[in-house]
Structure formats: C-alpha cells, structure tokens
Design a binder for this molecule. Sequence first.
Ligand SMILES: [Zn+2]
Length: 238
Amino acid sequence: MATDCLFRDDSYLQTCDARVVGLTDQGAIVLDRTVFYATSGGQPGDTGALTTSDGARIPIETAIYTDAAKSEIAHVPAPGTLAPKIGDTITAAIDWDRRYARMRMHTALHLLSAALPYAVTGGSVGENESRLDFDIPEAGLDKDAITAKVAEMIASNAAVTSRWITDAELEANPGLVKTMSVKPPMGTGRVRLIEIAGLDLQPCGGTHVRATGEIGAVRITQIEKKGKQNRRVRLALV
Ligand SMILES: [Zn+2]
C-alpha cells in the first residue's frame, strides 16, 4: 500500500499520527502516512520513534522503501522491541536535530553542485560531513575558493522551493530541462523539481531547508582524486 509521504510537501514536519497498515517479513512497520524520510538519493533514512496509543515507545533505526517505485515506506525498529498490531494508531516522531542537520547539508550539496558545474557521479548526505563526486578531468580545484563561492550563495538567503511537473509538461518545455543541472528521470509520470532561486534547478526527492541562509557556515574540508576523471569533494557544517 502506498505511504502518504508527508515530508515531501513539508520537510519541517516532525511528528504525525498514523495507522499501522502492514509488517514486513523482517518486522519493519508500514504506516498509512509518515514524516520519516526513507533512505534514497544518498540521504539516509530518518531515526526516531513510534509511540502506540497506550504509550509504548518503539525506537526506529531507519526507514526504507519496500518497492522499486518508492511508494511504500517501512520503519525499521530497534532489535528486540515490541511489534504493533495492524490497525493500531501510533504517533510517529523523527529525531529532528539529526534530520535538520541533514536538510542543511543536503541543501548545501545543491549549492556545491552549482558552484562546480560538472556532472555529478555520486554523493552522500551525513549530519557531520557530506560529499559529492564530480566528473572533472583535471585537478586545480581550490578548497577556499569553493568555500567562498558556497558561502556567498548561503548569504544570499535564496528561497528553496519544490514543485511537481508531469512528463508531458517536461516534454512541452525543453528549455526547462536545459536549465536543470541534472537530467530528470522520465517515464514515471511526474518528477519533483527543487529550485534554489537563481542558483540551481534539479529533480530531487530529498529534504531541504526553506532558504539557503538556514544552512549556516560550511567549509570544504577535502578534495580527493578518485580515479582519472573523478574528484570527491567533502563538505562540513562549521
Ligand atoms: Zn535535493
């Protein structure tokens, strides 16, 4: 059953009431709706807890998609905790400090990809350090110069917005695809676009802050060579 992914419309939601609609073979809990972001796109699933109507607390270690289409989310409980029953009403709450750090980081990676306009070949979002891998044929990247560029974009406090666009709308607007830093996946019917006003536009399913100023200070900590055509750029919140 498809989960109503509340974090897609409001990444600032920390809790919600929900109903248990399934349990996976591994004991993960499927809800009809959730605030838990599920692991994808280099961003880890949220941690937190589910609290049953009689007050029992089920710690959640991560959230994952159960299907390739990313429509259903299962919440993975800590080992040895009790399992709720199908039909139970629970309150879902995420570890907000950790998620908010990831939102700041994730948004900072969009700015990094705007500061370094090369093809991105990989990436990872962590609350302490994040990274993007770029397809860059030659070295010569300067940590301080990139840090300064990203800092300027953060200081501009540009608005971060999301919108859904259908495949048909995309086909009717080839110019839109041209302005995107990452080509959108086609064939799923619709694509979620994240726009950082004047700075970046790309398809993305992750969680972001509302304006770049919320990211705060960041620093490029390391640039590594990963093969002939690849540079790994690491970034940390200061
Ligand atoms: Zn994103």
